[in-house]
Design a protein around this ligand. Structure first.
Ligand SMILES: [Zn+2]
Ligand SMILES: [Zn+2]
Length: 256
């Protein structure tokens, strides 16, 4: 299994780095932020499955363009895997024929180029030889983190999250989770905004990581561009307790 970072920025991201999206092998997207816009047409055409953590715009804004761009040239409908709450939000607020067409009914009502697949917390989904497990995390809207594997080492992605317990419990129980991608959206001086918007800042992140098996590598995403340097300095500060973390960047590739 291969994970390619397409985008990992918060807000608009720093130049050259779009918002959250990861390509799992060639055919599965995990979130569909502006990082998707870095893909070529041939790469876009290979995507058949999109797993959505939550419906905030920085995680979904390239999905309407992806569906439209490949459109009827796709041999099978694009499957969008999301919670019931997220699917309802897509239907009501995005693919509602006002903001964007309802591609589940295009080119014909019974033959859309996109379909929804509801997923449930702690019920894994198998796609070919890959398994994706959604786990609820704490955010301002319904949100999942995901754990993916193809029989070897596992990859985990928290999505956007605040303090949470069950996600770490599951990672520790499953074992074999070699890398966790997790967010740090705000610097410590804006911890109150992190609490309000249910994100993490470095000090909150490090206290959360005390719940995680120390052998798991930790990679950080979603730094707000205006505060990028301040957040980065706090993440790598020797004053930070516990563990070393690394920053994600667009185009990094990880093999599992
Ligand atoms: Zn969010
Ligand atoms: Zn976000």
């Amino acid at each position: 299994m291969k994970i390619r970072v397409l985008g990992c920025g918060g807000s608009i991201g720093i130049p050259g780095e779009g918002t959250t999206s990861f390509l799992l092998d060639d055919d599965i997207l995990i979130d569909a932020g502006t990082g998707v816009c870095n893909l070529t047409m041939a790469e876009l055409e290979k995507i058949e499955h999109v797993f959505i953590t939550h419906t905030h715009l920085d995680h979904i804004c390239a999905l309407p363009f992806l569906v439209d761009t490949v459109g009827v040239f796709r041999p099978r409908p694009l499957t969008v895997y999301a919670s019931s709450a997220s699917i309802q939000a897509f239907k009501n607020h995005i693919f509602n024929n006002f903001i964007w067409p309802d591609f589940t009914r295009i080119p014909a009502p019974d033959k859309g180029v996109m379909r929804y697949q509801e997923i449930h917390t702690e019920q894994s989904v198998t796609v070919g030889d890959r398994t994706v497990l959604p786990v609820e995390v704490e955010h301002t809207v319904h949100a999942f983190g995901f754990v993916a594997d193809s029989g070897g080492q596992r990859w985990a992605f928290s999505g956007d999250t605040h303090r949470t317990d069950r996600f770490y419990e599951i990672l520790n129980q499953m074992g074999n989770v070699s890398r966790l991608f997790i967010e740090a959206a705000f610097p410590d001086k804006e911890e109150w905004i992190a609490d309000l918007s249910k994100h993490l800042c470095p000090s909150l992140l490090f206290s959360e990581l005390e719940k995680l098996d120390p052998l798991c590598e930790v990679w950080i995403s979603h730094l707000k561009p205006r505060e990028y340097n301040a957040i980065r300095e706090q993440l790598v500060s020797p004053a930070m307790p516990s563990r070393k973390v690394d920053l994600l960047a667009a185009d990094m590739v990880f093999h599992f």
